[in-house]
Design a protein around this ligand. Sequence first.
Ligand code: ADE
Ligand code: ZN
Length: 337
Amino acid sequence: MTEERKQFIAGMPKAELHLHIEGSFEPELMFEIARRNQVEIKFDSVEEVKKAYDFSNLQDFLDIYYEGAQVLLKEQDFFDLTWAYLRRIHAQNVIHTEIFFDPQTHTDRGVPFEIVLNGITSALDKAKNELGITNRLIMCFLRHLDESEAEKTLEMALPFKDKIYGVGLDSSEMGHPPSKFQNVFAKAIKEGFVTVAHAGEEGPAQYIWEALDLLHISRLDHGNRSIDDPKLMQRLAAEKMALTVCPLSNLKLCVVDDLKNHPLRKLMQNGLKVTINSDDPAYFGGYMNENFWAIADALDLSKDELYTLLRNAFEASFVSDERKQEMIGQLDAYFEM
Ligand code: ADE
Ligand code: ZN
């Protein structure tokens, strides 16, 4: 890629809609927090950690991701984690972010829900005030655990509706279909939360149908496998359902063998509202710029396609129409539209 194209992509105003805050935990910060909390980690050096980030599937990654999160204990830890992410994306011209957090990863270790939430939201508030980055926070249920556990987590979130905008579903997809969580999602909707779900990352197109029909999602996380089902693509296009696609994640988790074979363009050609996101940037080799660079290079994306991907994300964000228009205005100015 030419330096000029690289710089153009770096300068584009962006919104990120699929980011696990625990997945932005860089090894350097992990060691620092482990040291100050006097928690043992099984690696001796940052280099050794990075060497272990060689995954053959989603579960391989999740095992190491949950282990890394064990060092997070105090409110300051969650603040530092979130603030480090926000500073990085600010440098990449991300102007709005919607982040996931996995409360069960922490509450199951005895870390109070409120500690996790306060650490994350104080960093989000600071980024809004000091960097102008707007945000939404989405709480995910771990799908490898029972629905009753998700219900307990939803209960914990009820006093904090002002801070948590939506609920999502993540972790091991195969064998844990969306149907397993239909009751807790129905309750969440009744309580006023928006719903999203990871579906069709490793799992079949059938899981995407379930996420639509049973979890009543407002946005689809990943959704790659919709490419297998023309009727499903028609439905997603008709509903203008946005897909939060994560190119480097798909590559690192072997969801695609090569970014040149990524279904992104085909999904767009089928009328789907595709967006680009980083998922777990500390583990998959990059934040928003790196994802855009990689996929733009592999598929030779045109300027029009880049514009569409960015605009889709602003339109699909869970913010006010006023903020959407403001962000789209910034985008149009950048592309001289
Ligand atoms: N948790 C963090 N990243 C995830 C992913 N890509 N899929 C499912 N669960 C996750
Ligand atoms: Zn994800």
